[in-house]
Design a protein around this ligand. Structure first.
Ligand SMILES: Nc1ncnc2c1ncn2[C@@H]1O[C@H](COP(=O)(O)OP(=O)(O)O)[C@@H](O)[C@H]1O
Ligand SMILES: [Mg+2]
Length: 612
């Protein structure tokens, strides 16, 4: 054992793509951060065997040679959490890309570049809470606030989890940078100083007091999702879909318009131009709160690890993203994390596993794929945060999955579905017909529907019934389409014809939503509800006539009803053009008026007084 003497340096014995094997690594721990070679490339220990360590390198390994040193840092891969995170774009290991490009004057990230994640010089206006010397404080306590920007007005400064002791000295309000000590705590006789930022290892979930069930919806602004397959704040959603089905569009729409207080958008292994698009688009988008416009970048953190960046860092980008999200959750906010796409991360795992010569499981993915995915999705949820004052926060995860060829039986999709509660399955056929968002209404599901019933009932007492009716209608339409294909449309009864016509409106004018238009880039819940109510009111009234009249009588045919209510029917197809920027009250009023017109028309024409 003598020759296993611990030193801070190991020596490379093998380089295979992103995998580096080094000897003389005794004392290294799993997931310890190491600096490889003379240019100090960042890597993480992923396997230990005797005194050899297998390391996944988060930077391009070309040029490394056998014998190069590997420095053990003694600490795990961590992110720095504190003021200055928002509006930033980081790479997979939380290096600020803008700072790097200014430093290196190059479009590429130079290897081994070591810059702090947060701006260490910038001073923030710190407002402490009233914490007197002698007070006992603990990890998770809010000790003060910083106005990070106009939109994210209250960046709450937290004591890192694990801290506990009596306050010795607390700094007064003032301008400090993230490295200035602002509080001194006596922790069992040792004095510890804390500043406005702290580090947290990315692979360890940040602790919370208690996990809670989600009760409020994650409103996405996409009608098909909000109405038919809603998720909760703190929920887990998967968007599987083949290339070009609209995964990225949905993830981006959610980042722009969902009701989250903060967004962490992780571009993982997808094309670089998509990330460039995000960078170009987001700064031009504004959200309006109480009549004032705020740039949405102010509540957004981007983590970019595009397809031309090192493969292993995809994993780091996912962990970095979720840790950032948890940190904001711990302040007491609702955060959404988008990961586009988790399949690319799984592919990186497969590549590394292959190079480690591990026994492959399904489709060559490592056997631990399932546990990796579940560890990731488990970090979502609504929680009671640690420390005082008492507060709740949530992390919602929306993971895009890109199964090859759109085959949902691929291991990544299957294992993702074990872990998520909401499945927004994208359909290649719909995408080909340019029916966007191409969410398949027959296969998608949400397990939060029952939980959310309470919320929706309060929002509008007809909401749940309308939603259920729409789902039923779509299902019936699917069955009828089969019949029509077999024996033709003429064989259908009049009420079945009505179902087909209304289903057409639901599909074309309700579920379809072109995110590139002025009127449909988002859809407030009031508009979604109003549209559903008008469509279903028309359906129920028309159906009543058909059911209660004689179906063989010409005058009770759908064609007859249509000829009499043409205006109202056409108005149903125009509802989506209502501007989503209108106030909630105005939208509700508009739809109430339209619903009334439909009811009046049916009453007048069919002299069907008792029916309404
Ligand atoms: N909601 C939408 N509204 C309009 N067009 C869409 C929508 N979703 C997707 N598209 C179209 O489909 C294309 C591919 O979408 P994208 O999100 O990049 O697919 P994926 O990420 O699944 O490969 C987009 O460039 C756009 O033209
Ligand atoms: Mg995409």
């Amino acid at each position: 054992m003598k020759n296993l003497k611990e030193s801070r340096f190991g020596k490379i014995i093998k380089v295979s793509g992103p995998l580096v094997v080094a000897e003389n690594m005794a004392g290294a721990k799993m997931y310890e951060l190491v600096k490889i070679g003379f240019s100090k490339l960042v890597g993480e220990v992923i396997k230990l065997e005797k005194d050899c360590a297998s390391i996944q390198c988060y930077e391009d390994t070309s040029g490394l040679t056998i014998g190069d040193p590997v420095l053990k840092t003694g600490s795990p891969l961590s992110v720095q959490l504190g003021p200055g995170l928002f509006s930033q774009i980081f790479d997979g290991i939380q290096r600020p890309l803008k700072v790097i490009s200014e430093l290196s004057k190059n479009v590429y990230v130079p290897r081994g570049v070591d810059v702090p994640s947060l701006d260490l010089q910038r001073e923030w206006q710190y407002k402490p809470l009233d914490i007197k010397p002698g007070t006992v404080v603990q990890g998770g306590d809010v000790i003060g606030t910083v106005a990070e920007n106009d939109l994210f007005k209250e960046h709450r400064i937290l004591l890192p989890p694990g801290a506990k002791g009596k306050v010795v000295e607390a700094q007064p309000a003032g301008n400090y940078n993230v490295m200035t000590p602002i509080i001194e705590i006596d922790e069992n006789g040792t004095i510890k100083k804390y500043n406005m930022s702290h580090f947290w290892p990315v692979r360890i979930a940040r602790p919370c007091l208690e996990k809670l069930p989600g009760t409020e919806p994650l409103l996405t602004g996409e009608r098909v999702l909000d109405a038919l397959f809603p998720s909760v704040l703190g929920g887990t959603c998967a968007i599987p879909g083949a290339f070009g089905c609209g995964k990225t569009c949905i993830s981006q729409a959610l980042s722009k318009y969902s009701n989250s207080e903060a967004i962490v958008y992780v571009g993982c292994g997808e094309r670089g131009n998509e990330m460039a698009e995000v960078l170009k688009d987001f700064p031009q988008l504004y959200t309006e709160i109480k009549g004032i416009k705020y740039n949405i970048m102010q509540r957004t953190i981007l983590v970019a690890n595009t397809s031309n960046m090192p493969v292993a860092a995809r994993e780091a980008s996912i962990y970095t993203g979720i840790t950032l999200a948890e940190y904001i959750r711990d302040m007491g906010y609702n955060v959404s994390m988008m990961a586009d796409s988790t399949s690319r991360w799984a592919e990186a795992l497969r590549e590394i596993s292959g190079r480690l010569a591990e026994m492959p499981a399904d489709s060559g993915y490592p056997a631990y794929l399932a546990s990796k995915l579940s560890q990731f999705y488990e970090r979502a949820g609504k929680v009671t945060c640690l420390g005082s004052p008492s507060r709740k926060g949530s992390v919602s995860i929306v993971g895009a999955v890109s199964p090859p060829g759109g085959d949902f039986s691929d291991p990544v999709t299957v294992n993702t579905l074990y872990n998520v509660q909401v499945f927004w399955g994208l359909d290649k056929k719909l995408a080909q017909r340019t029916h966007f968002p191409s969410v398949n209404w027959l296969t998608s599901y949400s397990k939060y529907e029952n939980t959310l019933e309470n919320f929706f009932n309060k929002f509008d007492k007809e909401f749940v019934e309308c939603k259920n009716d729409i789902k039923k209608l779509l299902q019936e339409e699917d069955d009828l389409t089969e019949v029509v294909q077999l024996i033709g449309k003429d064989s259908l009864s009049e009420d079945q014809k009505l179902i087909l016509e209304i289903a057409k409106i639901i599909k074309n004018d309700f579920l379809q939503q072109n995110s590139f238009t002025e009127y449909d880039y988002t859809c407030p819940l009031e508009k979604t509800t109003g549209m559903m109510k008008c469509i279903m009111t028309y359906y129920h009234l028309a159906n009543k006539i058909l059911k209660e009249g004689n179906p063989y009588d010409n005058k009770k045919s759908f064609a007859y009803i249509y000829s009499k209510t043409k205006e109202e029917f056409i108005e149903l197809t125009q509802m989506k053009f209502i501007n989503p920027k209108k106030s909630k009250e105005e939208i509700t009023k508009l739809f109430a008026g339209q619903k009334k017109r439909i009811e009046e028309k049916f009453k007048d024409i069919f002299k069907f007084k008792q029916m309404i």
